[in-house]
Structure formats: C-alpha cells, structure tokens
Design a protein around this ligand. Structure first.
Ligand code: SF4
Length: 315
C-alpha cells in the first residue's frame, strides 16, 4: 500500500487509522513525543512522553482477550522509548512480553523510532511467536545531511545496521516505512540516496510524502523550498521503485503458507474472505464465513499489486 499525501495531517510518523472491530483492537501505551523532528508538530501539540502503567495496559489486554479480540496493536508516537519516563522499570520489550502473556493470538505495535530500537526488542520479537513478524520503521530519508536537518538522530549506516540485525534475528520479517521527499534544500543527489536506500532495504510497502511545512516547526523556517514539479518528479520515481519492489516481494510469496487472521468478507467478491498475514499483507481467499475471527493457514497462489490471493489449507 502506498499513500501519497502532500498534506499529511502531522507529517509525523503515521499512527494507524483506528479501525476497531470485535477481532482487532488498539491499546495506547504512551502519549506525546520527545524527539522534535524538525518537520513535525507533534511534540508541540501533544507534549512530552508519558507512559501508561504496565499493569493498566495488561489489564486492558486481558479484557480484550476475554471479549474475543484476536489481535491487539500497541500504539504510541515512539513505543520504543516506552517506560523511560516512568519509575516502573518496564521496557517496551518487557511490556510486549507481558501483553502476549494474556493469551492474545497476535500483537503488533507502532510507531518505532529507529534510534530507540533495542537489541532486547529484536530478541523478544524473534522468540515470541505472538508478535507479528512486521515492523514499521520510519526512515524518512536516506541521506545523512537530510537526516541531520530533520533531527532524526541516526545516520543511514546506523539505520541499515538495525535493519541487518532485524533480518538476522527474524528472517521472515516484513519492513514498512515512511518517506519524505523534497525536504528543504534536498538536492538530486540527496534524493538519490533515499531511492538507493529503498532499493537496499526492500520494504514491503511505504507511505510516501512530499514535504509540506508545518507552522511553528524548525523546518518551516529553512531555506531551499523545492519547486513543486521537482518534488512531484521525485515522489513519482520513489513510488515507481517501491511499487516494483512490493510486486516482487508479493510474487515471491507464491507457494508459501501464511497464518492469516480472517477479518471478514472481501468487499470486492462476496464469496471471498479477507485477512492479514503476520507481515500485515492482505490476502483474499475462498472460505467459509464461520472462519471470520479465526487464524487460518492459507497457501499463497497469486499476487496483485498490493494484495495476495490464496487457498485455505485444511484445518
Ligand atoms: S518521532 Fe519525530 S516524527 Fe515522530 S512524532 Fe516524534 S517528533 Fe514527530
């Protein structure tokens, strides 16, 4: 899935649009953000990081499990720094461990700031089968000067090192990201660094944005605004690259068996069910409505531009 949004609501790392159901739900684990990326308004409007008590989060998860929820997404602007503001001494990796201890079938989380992605979290993801093998890891840009101007506080090399660690520990992990093109002063060569990073990481999908200034942020005062035609050309090249990579990744999944949480009937074909793999990719397949809400094994038989087709395997 690729979203182009020149007026992204915050230009912050996108928290998911909440689509709660009896099958999937969300728990906010923390509020606010301390990072002050130069293009983002969130720390000004939502304040500093405040982590919720771990016991309260686990109790909420227990209640959701008891009500039949199968998948929980833990959300916060930067879940990787969960607990750093609190006296509880519970890291995000430890919180994940406790939440999966409630018996929930699948847990996801977002958003992860790359600079705070710990080895302990990677280790928990690698060894805890209830944590989905998917990580949304916003990189924003692939050039060190632009990353510094964005105040992201990691370099391209440090980001790629985290990607290598993730893939070494969790071989089947799917990565997704957020990307901004035409940040103030971005040269063609600097844009090409973002393009080459996308080629190197090979994300399952990416949210792509043309930079747009937010009043009150440091980037809004920076010189070097990029002409709209240049910005459009860059984002089109970025999207084309990501679409090709997404297609290649999805095609390579043919023949694999995926664990799919069935979310409902397909909107396009009434006879088909739809659900998501652990890597958060949509799969459509023939099945029985009684499978809605269940985790089923689906053999992948085909791929579209951003969805998979499959056949349910026998129970
Ligand atoms: S990490 Fe950066 S982009 Fe994300 S919410 Fe915080 S300041 Fe905004």
């Amino acid at each position: 899935m690729i979203r182009v949004d020149e007026q992204a609501s915050t230009l912050a790392e996108g928290l998911p649009i909440r689509r709660e159901s009896s099958i999937k739900s969300y728990i906010t684990v923390m509020y606010g953000c301390n990072n002050f990326c130069s293009y983002c308004i969130v720390p000004y409007v939502r304040g500093r990081e405040r982590s919720r008590r771990a016991d309260d989060i686990v109790r909420e998860a227990e209640q959701l499990v008891a009500s039949g929820v199968k998948e929980i997404m833990l959300i916060g602007q930067n879940v990787n720094s969960y607990g750093l503001d609190s006296d509880e001494d519970v890291s995000f990796a430890q919180l994940l461990h406790r939440v999966t201890g409630t018996g929930i079938e699948r847990v996801r989380f977002m958003t992860s700031h790359p600079k705070d992605l710990s080895d302990a979290l990677i280790d928990e993801m690698a060894h805890n089968p209830a944590i989905a093998p998917h990580l949304h890891l916003p990189v924003q840009a692939g050039n060190d000067r632009i990353l510094a101007a964005m105040n992201r506080r990691y370099t391209r090399a440090q980001y790629l090192d985290r990607v290598r660690s993730l893939r070494a520990a969790i071989t089947h992990i799917g990565l997704t990201t957020d990307l901004i093109v035409a940040f103030p002063g971005e040269t063609e060569e600097e844009f090409l660094d973002t393009l080459s990073l996308v080629e190197e990481v090979r994300y399952d999908s990416a949210y792509t944005f043309i930079y747009s200034p937010r009043k009150g942020t440091r980037a809004a005062e920076m010189p070097g605004r990029i002409a709209p035609d240049v910005a459009t050309d860059r984002i089109e090249r970025l999207i084309a690259a990501q679409e090709r990579i997404t297609g290649e990744i999805l095609s390579s999944m043919k023949g694999q068996t995926e664990q799919v949480l069935v979310e409902g009937m397909s909107r396009r074909r009434e006879t088909q069910l739809t659900g998501k793999t652990g890597r958060n990719i949509n799969v459509n397949f023939n099945g029985n409505p009684s499978d809605v809400g269940r985790m089923v094994s689906v053999r992948i038989t085909g791929a579209g531009s951003n969805t998979l087709r499959g056949e349910k395997e026998e129970d």
